[in-house]
Write a protein that binds this ligand. Structure first.
Ligand code: UD1
Ligand code: CA
Length: 501
Protein backbone atom coordinates (compact mmCIF):
# COMPACT_ATOMS: atom_id res chain seq x y z
CA UNK A 1 0.00 0.00 0.00
CA UNK A 2 2.68 2.47 0.99
CA UNK A 3 5.67 2.89 -1.27
CA UNK A 4 8.77 1.16 0.13
CA UNK A 5 10.72 4.42 0.24
CA UNK A 6 8.17 6.00 2.55
CA UNK A 7 9.95 6.75 5.84
CA UNK A 8 8.44 5.62 9.12
CA UNK A 9 9.37 9.05 10.44
CA UNK A 10 11.25 12.21 9.66
CA UNK A 11 12.76 13.97 12.66
CA UNK A 12 13.83 17.59 12.24
CA UNK A 13 16.11 19.05 14.92
CA UNK A 14 15.14 22.63 15.69
CA UNK A 15 15.63 23.10 19.43
CA UNK A 16 18.60 25.43 19.21
CA UNK A 17 18.56 29.19 19.63
CA UNK A 18 21.03 29.99 16.89
CA UNK A 19 23.02 32.40 19.05
CA UNK A 20 25.08 33.74 16.19
CA UNK A 21 21.99 35.10 14.43
CA UNK A 22 21.92 37.70 17.27
CA UNK A 23 18.14 37.74 17.04
CA UNK A 24 15.00 37.65 19.15
CA UNK A 25 13.68 35.23 16.54
CA UNK A 26 14.79 31.60 16.75
CA UNK A 27 17.21 30.79 13.95
CA UNK A 28 14.99 28.28 12.16
CA UNK A 29 12.24 30.89 11.75
CA UNK A 30 14.38 33.27 9.72
CA UNK A 31 13.06 33.64 6.20
CA UNK A 32 14.39 33.17 2.71
CA UNK A 33 12.42 33.18 -0.54
CA UNK A 34 9.06 33.15 1.18
CA UNK A 35 9.62 30.39 3.70
CA UNK A 36 11.40 29.91 7.01
CA UNK A 37 14.56 27.84 7.24
CA UNK A 38 12.67 25.02 8.96
CA UNK A 39 9.76 25.50 6.54
CA UNK A 40 12.05 24.65 3.62
CA UNK A 41 13.30 21.52 5.39
CA UNK A 42 9.74 20.51 6.27
CA UNK A 43 8.60 21.02 2.68
CA UNK A 44 11.41 18.85 1.30
CA UNK A 45 10.76 16.18 3.93
CA UNK A 46 6.96 16.37 3.71
CA UNK A 47 7.07 15.30 0.06
CA UNK A 48 8.51 11.94 1.21
CA UNK A 49 5.11 11.43 2.85
CA UNK A 50 6.54 10.07 6.11
CA UNK A 51 4.18 8.29 8.49
CA UNK A 52 5.32 10.71 11.20
CA UNK A 53 6.87 14.16 10.90
CA UNK A 54 8.40 15.32 14.17
CA UNK A 55 10.01 18.68 14.86
CA UNK A 56 12.13 18.84 18.00
CA UNK A 57 11.66 22.23 19.68
CA UNK A 58 13.33 23.85 22.67
CA UNK A 59 14.24 27.52 22.43
CA UNK A 60 10.95 29.50 22.11
CA UNK A 61 9.17 26.17 21.77
CA UNK A 62 5.63 27.57 21.53
CA UNK A 63 6.57 29.84 18.67
CA UNK A 64 8.61 27.27 16.76
CA UNK A 65 6.04 24.55 17.43
CA UNK A 66 3.11 26.67 16.24
CA UNK A 67 5.06 27.62 13.15
CA UNK A 68 5.86 23.98 12.38
CA UNK A 69 2.19 22.96 12.59
CA UNK A 70 1.26 25.92 10.40
CA UNK A 71 3.75 24.73 7.80
CA UNK A 72 2.40 21.19 7.89
CA UNK A 73 -0.66 20.34 9.98
CA UNK A 74 0.50 16.74 10.15
CA UNK A 75 3.66 17.71 12.01
CA UNK A 76 3.97 16.93 15.70
CA UNK A 77 6.41 18.60 18.02
CA UNK A 78 8.65 17.03 20.62
CA UNK A 79 10.05 19.18 23.38
CA UNK A 80 13.71 18.99 24.33
CA UNK A 81 13.97 21.00 27.52
CA UNK A 82 17.71 21.33 27.62
CA UNK A 83 20.06 21.06 24.70
CA UNK A 84 21.92 17.97 25.71
CA UNK A 85 23.00 17.07 22.22
CA UNK A 86 21.71 15.87 18.87
CA UNK A 87 21.42 12.27 20.09
CA UNK A 88 19.38 13.40 23.06
CA UNK A 89 17.19 15.49 20.76
CA UNK A 90 16.36 12.45 18.60
CA UNK A 91 15.59 10.46 21.75
CA UNK A 92 13.08 13.17 22.73
CA UNK A 93 11.48 12.80 19.29
CA UNK A 94 11.20 9.04 19.45
CA UNK A 95 9.58 9.34 22.88
CA UNK A 96 6.61 10.98 21.14
CA UNK A 97 6.17 8.13 18.67
CA UNK A 98 5.18 4.46 18.70
CA UNK A 99 8.04 2.00 18.16
CA UNK A 100 9.30 2.62 14.63
CA UNK A 101 9.82 -0.13 12.14
CA UNK A 102 11.42 1.15 8.94
CA UNK A 103 13.57 4.05 7.82
CA UNK A 104 13.83 7.08 10.09
CA UNK A 105 15.23 10.23 8.52
CA UNK A 106 16.95 12.79 10.76
CA UNK A 107 17.54 16.33 9.48
CA UNK A 108 18.73 19.67 10.81
CA UNK A 109 16.21 22.49 10.79
CA UNK A 110 18.55 25.00 9.17
CA UNK A 111 19.45 23.48 5.78
CA UNK A 112 17.02 25.12 3.35
CA UNK A 113 18.64 23.99 0.10
CA UNK A 114 18.05 20.30 0.73
CA UNK A 115 15.88 18.79 -2.02
CA UNK A 116 13.31 16.03 -1.91
CA UNK A 117 15.19 14.28 -4.75
CA UNK A 118 18.33 13.98 -2.64
CA UNK A 119 16.33 12.76 0.34
CA UNK A 120 14.60 10.19 -1.83
CA UNK A 121 17.93 8.96 -3.17
CA UNK A 122 19.26 8.74 0.39
CA UNK A 123 16.30 6.68 1.59
CA UNK A 124 16.12 4.36 -1.39
CA UNK A 125 19.90 3.82 -1.42
CA UNK A 126 19.72 3.00 2.27
CA UNK A 127 16.92 0.48 1.76
CA UNK A 128 18.49 -1.15 -1.31
CA UNK A 129 21.79 -1.68 0.53
CA UNK A 130 20.00 -2.89 3.65
CA UNK A 131 21.94 -0.47 5.83
CA UNK A 132 21.43 0.17 9.51
CA UNK A 133 22.42 3.79 8.91
CA UNK A 134 23.27 5.93 5.88
CA UNK A 135 24.71 9.40 6.30
CA UNK A 136 24.58 12.17 3.70
CA UNK A 137 28.08 13.58 3.27
CA UNK A 138 29.75 16.23 1.18
CA UNK A 139 33.07 17.84 0.65
CA UNK A 140 32.71 21.53 1.35
CA UNK A 141 35.10 24.42 0.75
CA UNK A 142 35.56 25.01 4.49
CA UNK A 143 34.94 22.02 6.76
CA UNK A 144 35.93 23.89 9.95
CA UNK A 145 33.58 23.07 12.80
CA UNK A 146 31.86 20.19 11.06
CA UNK A 147 31.98 16.48 11.83
CA UNK A 148 34.33 14.42 9.62
CA UNK A 149 33.62 11.02 8.09
CA UNK A 150 36.26 8.51 9.19
CA UNK A 151 36.62 5.65 6.71
CA UNK A 152 38.83 2.55 6.84
CA UNK A 153 41.43 1.74 4.15
CA UNK A 154 38.71 -0.08 2.20
CA UNK A 155 36.66 3.10 2.18
CA UNK A 156 33.98 1.84 4.57
CA UNK A 157 32.50 4.33 7.00
CA UNK A 158 33.77 3.67 10.54
CA UNK A 159 32.52 6.59 12.55
CA UNK A 160 32.03 10.35 12.63
CA UNK A 161 34.34 12.57 14.63
CA UNK A 162 33.38 16.10 15.60
CA UNK A 163 35.81 18.83 14.61
CA UNK A 164 36.49 19.75 18.24
CA UNK A 165 37.18 16.12 19.17
CA UNK A 166 39.24 15.36 16.05
CA UNK A 167 42.99 14.86 15.83
CA UNK A 168 45.02 17.09 13.51
CA UNK A 169 45.09 14.24 11.02
CA UNK A 170 41.34 13.69 11.20
CA UNK A 171 40.81 17.39 10.59
CA UNK A 172 42.43 17.01 7.17
CA UNK A 173 39.52 14.79 6.10
CA UNK A 174 37.53 16.69 3.49
CA UNK A 175 34.36 14.62 3.71
CA UNK A 176 31.97 16.12 6.24
CA UNK A 177 28.81 14.99 7.99
CA UNK A 178 25.86 16.99 6.66
CA UNK A 179 23.85 16.16 9.78
CA UNK A 180 21.28 14.35 7.60
CA UNK A 181 20.84 10.63 7.98
CA UNK A 182 18.50 7.73 7.50
CA UNK A 183 18.50 5.02 10.17
CA UNK A 184 16.73 1.77 10.62
CA UNK A 185 14.18 2.65 13.31
CA UNK A 186 14.87 -0.29 15.62
CA UNK A 187 18.64 0.07 15.48
CA UNK A 188 18.39 3.80 16.07
CA UNK A 189 16.29 3.40 19.21
CA UNK A 190 18.62 0.73 20.59
CA UNK A 191 21.80 2.72 19.97
CA UNK A 192 20.43 6.01 21.33
CA UNK A 193 20.14 4.25 24.70
CA UNK A 194 23.86 3.49 24.57
CA UNK A 195 25.11 7.02 23.89
CA UNK A 196 27.52 8.56 26.38
CA UNK A 197 28.59 12.14 26.97
CA UNK A 198 32.25 11.28 26.68
CA UNK A 199 33.26 14.16 24.41
CA UNK A 200 34.52 17.72 24.47
CA UNK A 201 31.02 19.19 24.83
CA UNK A 202 29.70 16.60 27.28
CA UNK A 203 26.70 16.02 25.01
CA UNK A 204 24.96 12.97 23.59
CA UNK A 205 26.04 12.97 19.97
CA UNK A 206 23.76 11.45 17.36
CA UNK A 207 26.90 10.92 15.30
CA UNK A 208 28.12 8.30 17.79
CA UNK A 209 25.20 6.06 16.76
CA UNK A 210 27.07 5.29 13.53
CA UNK A 211 30.25 4.22 15.35
CA UNK A 212 28.23 2.02 17.71
CA UNK A 213 26.45 0.35 14.79
CA UNK A 214 29.79 -0.34 13.10
CA UNK A 215 31.21 -1.80 16.34
CA UNK A 216 28.25 -4.19 16.46
CA UNK A 217 28.84 -5.23 12.88
CA UNK A 218 25.87 -3.51 11.26
CA UNK A 219 26.19 -2.09 7.75
CA UNK A 220 26.73 1.68 7.77
CA UNK A 221 27.35 3.71 4.63
CA UNK A 222 27.54 7.23 3.27
CA UNK A 223 25.96 8.88 0.30
CA UNK A 224 27.83 11.86 -1.11
CA UNK A 225 25.43 14.71 -1.85
CA UNK A 226 25.12 15.44 -5.60
CA UNK A 227 25.73 19.13 -4.79
CA UNK A 228 27.42 20.05 -1.52
CA UNK A 229 25.36 23.25 -1.34
CA UNK A 230 22.30 21.19 -0.48
CA UNK A 231 23.94 20.37 2.83
CA UNK A 232 24.79 23.94 3.82
CA UNK A 233 23.44 25.05 7.17
CA UNK A 234 22.90 28.55 8.46
CA UNK A 235 24.68 29.96 11.48
CA UNK A 236 24.56 33.71 11.03
CA UNK A 237 22.95 36.34 8.82
CA UNK A 238 25.85 36.38 6.39
CA UNK A 239 25.28 32.70 5.71
CA UNK A 240 21.55 33.33 5.52
CA UNK A 241 22.09 35.90 2.76
CA UNK A 242 24.38 33.46 0.94
CA UNK A 243 21.78 30.69 1.13
CA UNK A 244 19.06 33.07 -0.05
CA UNK A 245 21.09 34.01 -3.11
CA UNK A 246 21.71 30.34 -3.93
CA UNK A 247 18.01 29.57 -3.60
CA UNK A 248 17.16 32.57 -5.75
CA UNK A 249 19.56 31.31 -8.41
CA UNK A 250 17.84 27.94 -8.32
CA UNK A 251 14.33 29.41 -8.61
CA UNK A 252 15.27 31.85 -11.39
CA UNK A 253 16.98 29.02 -13.28
CA UNK A 254 13.81 26.92 -13.13
CA UNK A 255 11.79 29.86 -14.52
CA UNK A 256 14.27 30.47 -17.35
CA UNK A 257 14.38 26.77 -18.27
CA UNK A 258 10.58 26.88 -18.47
CA UNK A 259 10.72 29.68 -21.03
CA UNK A 260 10.86 32.96 -19.13
CA UNK A 261 13.41 35.66 -19.98
CA UNK A 262 15.06 37.09 -16.88
CA UNK A 263 17.16 40.02 -17.99
CA UNK A 264 19.26 40.33 -14.83
CA UNK A 265 18.92 37.23 -12.63
CA UNK A 266 21.06 38.71 -9.86
CA UNK A 267 18.64 41.58 -9.25
CA UNK A 268 15.49 39.49 -9.18
CA UNK A 269 13.96 37.71 -6.15
CA UNK A 270 11.36 34.99 -6.38
CA UNK A 271 9.57 33.18 -3.58
CA UNK A 272 9.28 29.42 -3.82
CA UNK A 273 5.60 29.37 -4.82
CA UNK A 274 5.91 31.89 -7.67
CA UNK A 275 4.97 30.58 -11.14
CA UNK A 276 6.03 32.08 -14.48
CA UNK A 277 4.70 31.17 -17.91
CA UNK A 278 6.34 31.01 -21.32
CA UNK A 279 7.84 34.08 -22.93
CA UNK A 280 7.39 36.10 -19.79
CA UNK A 281 9.97 38.89 -19.55
CA UNK A 282 11.25 39.93 -16.14
CA UNK A 283 13.26 43.15 -16.15
CA UNK A 284 15.83 44.13 -13.48
CA UNK A 285 14.92 44.80 -9.83
CA UNK A 286 11.81 42.71 -9.59
CA UNK A 287 10.53 40.91 -6.51
CA UNK A 288 7.83 38.30 -6.96
CA UNK A 289 6.56 37.21 -3.58
CA UNK A 290 4.08 34.75 -2.16
CA UNK A 291 1.81 32.97 -4.63
CA UNK A 292 2.38 35.42 -7.47
CA UNK A 293 1.67 34.05 -10.95
CA UNK A 294 2.88 35.64 -14.19
CA UNK A 295 1.12 34.22 -17.21
CA UNK A 296 2.50 33.76 -20.72
CA UNK A 297 3.97 36.76 -22.55
CA UNK A 298 3.45 39.17 -19.66
CA UNK A 299 6.22 41.68 -18.98
CA UNK A 300 7.16 42.75 -15.47
CA UNK A 301 9.55 45.43 -14.29
CA UNK A 302 11.87 47.10 -13.97
CA UNK A 303 11.58 48.05 -10.29
CA UNK A 304 8.45 46.14 -9.41
CA UNK A 305 7.26 44.20 -6.36
CA UNK A 306 4.30 41.84 -6.72
CA UNK A 307 2.92 40.01 -3.69
CA UNK A 308 0.28 37.30 -4.11
CA UNK A 309 -0.63 38.90 -7.42
CA UNK A 310 -1.74 37.39 -10.72
CA UNK A 311 -0.59 38.98 -13.97
CA UNK A 312 -2.54 37.84 -17.03
CA UNK A 313 -1.24 36.93 -20.47
CA UNK A 314 0.45 39.74 -22.32
CA UNK A 315 -0.02 42.27 -19.51
CA UNK A 316 2.64 44.85 -18.72
CA UNK A 317 3.57 46.00 -15.22
CA UNK A 318 6.23 48.71 -14.93
CA UNK A 319 7.60 50.23 -11.69
CA UNK A 320 4.67 49.07 -9.63
CA UNK A 321 3.89 47.66 -6.19
CA UNK A 322 0.94 45.26 -6.02
CA UNK A 323 -0.49 43.23 -3.16
CA UNK A 324 -3.23 40.62 -3.72
CA UNK A 325 -4.15 42.13 -7.03
CA UNK A 326 -5.39 40.57 -10.25
CA UNK A 327 -4.10 42.12 -13.43
CA UNK A 328 -6.01 40.92 -16.48
CA UNK A 329 -4.70 39.86 -19.86
CA UNK A 330 -3.13 42.68 -21.89
CA UNK A 331 -3.74 45.14 -19.04
CA UNK A 332 -1.11 47.80 -18.37
CA UNK A 333 0.07 49.05 -14.99
CA UNK A 334 2.44 51.89 -14.18
CA UNK A 335 4.94 53.35 -14.32
CA UNK A 336 4.53 54.22 -10.62
CA UNK A 337 1.34 52.50 -9.57
CA UNK A 338 0.24 50.98 -6.26
CA UNK A 339 -2.33 48.19 -6.43
CA UNK A 340 -3.63 47.23 -3.01
CA UNK A 341 -5.65 44.13 -2.03
CA UNK A 342 -8.77 43.52 -4.05
CA UNK A 343 -7.65 45.45 -7.10
CA UNK A 344 -8.99 43.59 -10.13
CA UNK A 345 -8.14 44.79 -13.62
CA UNK A 346 -10.03 43.22 -16.49
CA UNK A 347 -8.61 42.59 -19.94
CA UNK A 348 -6.89 45.65 -21.44
CA UNK A 349 -7.61 47.82 -18.41
CA UNK A 350 -5.07 50.50 -17.57
CA UNK A 351 -3.83 51.82 -14.24
CA UNK A 352 -1.28 54.48 -15.06
CA UNK A 353 1.11 56.80 -13.27
CA UNK A 354 0.72 57.78 -9.63
CA UNK A 355 -2.48 55.83 -9.34
CA UNK A 356 -3.46 53.90 -6.20
CA UNK A 357 -6.25 51.33 -6.24
CA UNK A 358 -7.83 49.26 -3.47
CA UNK A 359 -10.78 46.90 -3.52
CA UNK A 360 -11.57 48.15 -6.99
CA UNK A 361 -12.72 46.39 -10.14
CA UNK A 362 -11.72 48.12 -13.35
CA UNK A 363 -13.61 46.77 -16.32
CA UNK A 364 -12.39 45.69 -19.72
CA UNK A 365 -10.62 48.48 -21.59
CA UNK A 366 -11.25 51.06 -18.87
CA UNK A 367 -8.48 53.48 -18.03
CA UNK A 368 -7.33 55.30 -14.92
CA UNK A 369 -4.29 56.96 -16.44
CA UNK A 370 -2.97 59.60 -14.03
CA UNK A 371 -2.72 60.75 -10.41
CA UNK A 372 -5.83 59.11 -9.02
CA UNK A 373 -7.06 57.14 -5.99
CA UNK A 374 -9.65 54.46 -6.71
CA UNK A 375 -10.86 52.86 -3.47
CA UNK A 376 -13.93 50.65 -3.04
CA UNK A 377 -15.17 51.01 -6.58
CA UNK A 378 -16.55 49.22 -9.58
CA UNK A 379 -15.81 50.69 -12.98
CA UNK A 380 -17.54 49.24 -16.05
CA UNK A 381 -16.07 48.69 -19.50
CA UNK A 382 -14.35 51.22 -21.76
CA UNK A 383 -14.66 54.09 -19.28
CA UNK A 384 -12.05 56.77 -18.70
CA UNK A 385 -11.35 58.40 -15.37
CA UNK A 386 -9.86 61.89 -15.71
CA UNK A 387 -6.54 62.78 -14.18
CA UNK A 388 -6.26 63.69 -10.54
CA UNK A 389 -9.56 62.19 -9.40
CA UNK A 390 -10.35 60.73 -5.99
CA UNK A 391 -12.88 58.07 -5.13
CA UNK A 392 -13.73 59.54 -1.73
CA UNK A 393 -14.62 56.31 0.03
CA UNK A 394 -14.14 57.15 3.69
CA UNK A 395 -16.15 59.50 5.90
CA UNK A 396 -13.82 59.00 8.83
CA UNK A 397 -15.87 56.13 10.19
CA UNK A 398 -17.11 53.91 7.36
CA UNK A 399 -16.06 53.02 3.84
CA UNK A 400 -18.52 53.37 0.94
CA UNK A 401 -18.65 52.12 -2.64
CA UNK A 402 -18.63 54.03 -5.92
CA UNK A 403 -20.01 52.56 -9.12
CA UNK A 404 -19.10 53.93 -12.54
CA UNK A 405 -20.86 52.50 -15.58
CA UNK A 406 -19.46 51.60 -18.97
CA UNK A 407 -18.29 54.14 -21.58
CA UNK A 408 -18.32 56.90 -18.95
CA UNK A 409 -15.96 59.87 -19.31
CA UNK A 410 -15.26 61.58 -16.03
CA UNK A 411 -13.44 64.89 -16.04
CA UNK A 412 -10.11 65.66 -14.47
CA UNK A 413 -10.16 66.36 -10.76
CA UNK A 414 -13.53 64.77 -10.12
CA UNK A 415 -14.24 63.86 -6.49
CA UNK A 416 -16.66 60.92 -6.27
CA UNK A 417 -18.19 61.19 -2.80
CA UNK A 418 -19.25 57.60 -2.07
CA UNK A 419 -21.74 56.08 -2.02
CA UNK A 420 -22.47 57.32 -5.51
CA UNK A 421 -23.21 55.91 -8.95
CA UNK A 422 -22.32 57.32 -12.36
CA UNK A 423 -24.40 55.78 -15.14
CA UNK A 424 -23.35 54.31 -18.48
CA UNK A 425 -22.11 56.85 -20.96
CA UNK A 426 -22.28 59.68 -18.41
CA UNK A 427 -19.78 62.55 -18.19
CA UNK A 428 -18.63 64.66 -15.28
CA UNK A 429 -17.18 68.12 -15.68
CA UNK A 430 -13.60 68.69 -14.62
CA UNK A 431 -13.31 69.81 -11.02
CA UNK A 432 -16.69 68.42 -10.03
CA UNK A 433 -17.51 67.13 -6.57
CA UNK A 434 -20.03 64.41 -7.29
CA UNK A 435 -22.29 63.84 -4.29
CA UNK A 436 -25.38 62.62 -6.13
CA UNK A 437 -25.91 59.85 -8.63
CA UNK A 438 -25.38 60.80 -12.29
CA UNK A 439 -27.95 59.26 -14.64
CA UNK A 440 -26.80 57.40 -17.75
CA UNK A 441 -25.85 59.79 -20.51
CA UNK A 442 -25.97 62.93 -18.33
CA UNK A 443 -23.22 65.50 -17.88
CA UNK A 444 -22.77 66.33 -14.23
CA UNK A 445 -21.38 69.76 -13.41
CA UNK A 446 -20.77 70.21 -9.70
CA UNK A 447 -18.51 73.17 -9.25
CA UNK A 448 -19.07 76.88 -8.63
CA UNK A 449 -19.27 79.14 -11.67
CA UNK A 450 -16.13 81.16 -12.38
CA UNK A 451 -16.14 84.93 -11.99
CA UNK A 452 -13.24 87.26 -12.91
CA UNK A 453 -12.60 90.38 -10.80
CA UNK A 454 -11.24 92.83 -13.31
CA UNK A 455 -8.19 94.87 -12.35
CA UNK A 456 -7.79 93.15 -8.98
CA UNK A 457 -4.03 92.59 -9.28
CA UNK A 458 -3.13 96.18 -10.14
CA UNK A 459 -5.23 97.46 -7.22
CA UNK A 460 -4.40 94.91 -4.56
CA UNK A 461 -0.84 93.93 -5.52
CA UNK A 462 0.60 97.17 -6.78
CA UNK A 463 4.31 97.22 -7.52
CA UNK A 464 4.58 93.47 -8.05
CA UNK A 465 5.80 91.96 -11.32
CA UNK A 466 2.28 90.56 -11.74
CA UNK A 467 0.78 94.06 -11.46
CA UNK A 468 3.28 95.42 -13.98
CA UNK A 469 2.52 92.60 -16.40
CA UNK A 470 -1.18 93.28 -15.92
CA UNK A 471 -0.71 97.02 -16.61
CA UNK A 472 1.28 96.32 -19.74
CA UNK A 473 -1.31 93.90 -21.02
CA UNK A 474 -4.09 96.46 -20.31
CA UNK A 475 -2.28 99.22 -22.22
CA UNK A 476 -1.59 96.96 -25.17
CA UNK A 477 -5.24 95.90 -25.25
CA UNK A 478 -6.48 99.50 -25.09
CA UNK A 479 -3.96 100.72 -27.70
CA UNK A 480 -2.29 103.13 -25.21
CA UNK A 481 1.21 101.80 -25.84
CA UNK A 482 3.54 102.02 -22.85
CA UNK A 483 2.73 105.49 -21.46
CA UNK A 484 3.93 105.53 -17.86
CA UNK A 485 1.22 107.18 -15.81
CA UNK A 486 -2.05 105.70 -16.98
CA UNK A 487 -4.59 105.08 -14.26
CA UNK A 488 -5.45 101.67 -12.96
CA UNK A 489 -9.04 100.61 -13.59
CA UNK A 490 -11.73 101.82 -11.21
CA UNK A 491 -12.08 99.88 -8.00
CA UNK A 492 -14.97 97.47 -7.69
CA UNK A 493 -14.60 96.35 -4.11
CA UNK A 494 -15.31 92.66 -3.52
CA UNK A 495 -15.84 91.71 0.10
CA UNK A 496 -13.09 89.37 1.26
CA UNK A 497 -11.13 89.61 -1.97
CA UNK A 498 -8.37 91.55 -0.28
CA UNK A 499 -7.49 88.62 1.92
CA UNK A 500 -7.00 86.25 -1.03
CA UNK A 501 -3.57 84.82 -1.35
C1 UD1 B 1 26.18 18.60 13.91
C2 UD1 B 1 26.91 17.27 13.82
C3 UD1 B 1 28.11 17.43 12.89
C4 UD1 B 1 27.65 17.91 11.53
C5 UD1 B 1 26.84 19.18 11.67
C6 UD1 B 1 26.25 19.55 10.35
C7 UD1 B 1 26.57 16.23 15.97
C8 UD1 B 1 27.17 15.89 17.27
N1 UD1 B 1 27.33 16.87 15.10
O1 UD1 B 1 27.10 19.49 14.49
O2 UD1 B 1 28.78 16.18 12.76
O3 UD1 B 1 28.79 18.11 10.71
O4 UD1 B 1 25.76 19.01 12.61
O5 UD1 B 1 25.59 20.80 10.48
O6 UD1 B 1 25.43 15.89 15.73
N2 UD1 B 1 19.98 20.49 18.20
C9 UD1 B 1 18.94 20.18 19.01
N3 UD1 B 1 19.17 19.79 20.27
C10 UD1 B 1 20.44 19.66 20.78
C11 UD1 B 1 21.51 19.97 19.92
C12 UD1 B 1 21.26 20.37 18.64
O7 UD1 B 1 17.78 20.28 18.60
O8 UD1 B 1 20.56 19.31 21.94
C13 UD1 B 1 19.71 20.91 16.84
C14 UD1 B 1 20.20 22.31 16.54
O9 UD1 B 1 19.19 23.25 16.80
C15 UD1 B 1 20.54 22.21 15.08
C16 UD1 B 1 20.96 20.77 14.89
O10 UD1 B 1 20.42 20.06 15.98
O11 UD1 B 1 19.43 22.45 14.24
C17 UD1 B 1 22.47 20.61 14.85
O12 UD1 B 1 22.99 21.04 16.07
P1 UD1 B 1 24.36 21.85 16.16
O13 UD1 B 1 24.61 22.16 17.57
O14 UD1 B 1 24.34 22.93 15.20
O15 UD1 B 1 25.35 20.70 15.73
P2 UD1 B 1 26.75 20.95 15.09
O16 UD1 B 1 27.71 21.22 16.17
O17 UD1 B 1 26.66 21.89 13.99
CA1 CA C 1 25.33 23.62 13.20
Amino acid sequence: MTSPARPAAVVILAAGEGTRMKSDTPKVLHELCGRSLVGHVMAAAGRLDPAHLVVVVGFQRERVGAHAVEQNPRAVTAVQDQQLGTGHAVRCALAELPALDGPVVVLNGDTPLLTTETLQALVSGHLEAGNAATVLTASVPDPTGLGRIVRDPEGRVRRIVEHRDATAEERTIAEINSGMYVFDGKHLAAMLDRLTTDNDQGQEYLTDVLGLLVEDGHPVAAMVAPDYRETLGCNDRVELAGLRALLRDRLVTVAMRAGATVVDPASVWFDVDVRLGRDVVVHPNVQLRGATVIEDRAEVGPDTTLIDTRVGEGASVVRAHAVQAEIGPDATVGPYAYLRPGSVLARKAKVGTYVETKNATIGEGSKVPHLTYVGDATIGEQSNIGASSVFVNYDGVKKYHTTIGSHARTGSDTMFIAPVTVGDGAYTAAGSVITEDVPAGAMAVARSRQRNIDGWVERRRPGTPAAEAAATARRVASGEGTVEESNPPAATEIPGAGSDH
